[in-house]
Ligand binder design. Sequence first.
Ligand code: HEM
Length: 168
Amino acid sequence: MEVIVAPKPHAQLTFEALAISKTAEEERRKRSSFFLGDQKLYHFDDVSKHSATKDCWLIIHGKVYDVTPFMDDHPGGDEVLLAATKKDATNDFEDVGHSNPARDLMDKYCIGKIDASTLPVNRVFIQPEQTPYNPDKTSGFTSKILPFLVPVMILGLAFAARYYTRAE
Ligand code: HEM
């Protein structure tokens, strides 16, 4: 007699869920490199793949630029352009204070737009709160009044000694 073992219902569900999420991701990626009006919309991961001197794409102000033919002619050099790949290079571009002719030139290299929802979330580094270094472990208040307290105590002792020696 042949025994057929049916797959567990929950296992089947997991496979189905995986298949659905895979197609959803594929669908999303397909959509993200589609045309938006007359401009192509790119996924951040796809733009990041172009990060070499002979194949260099940049993201500036929500647009994607293929600056490969401009690498040798860029007055700031090709290294800065390479360093600006795999990220939103808007701040890098603006920090230099590019001229208007430089901005006009950009149109020549624009190949489309970035799908903003695919950009990595900007993580802000927050410095952990640090207590000031205090090697003698005395509290701030004590170390502040100590220089005044010592002379007052010496003066008090001097008066006390004088008082007792006089009484004798
Ligand atoms: C499509 C993108 C870009 C174009 C068309 C472009 C174009 C230019 C042009 C024409 C100049 C000459 C100065 C001016 O007219 O402002 C320049 C200078 C420069 N660019 Fe870019 N640039 C681009 C992206 C970038 C990026 C992403 C960086 C990253 C930091 C960068 C860094 C520089 C630097 C450091 C200089 C030299 C500034 C100086 O020596 O005064 N550029 N660029």
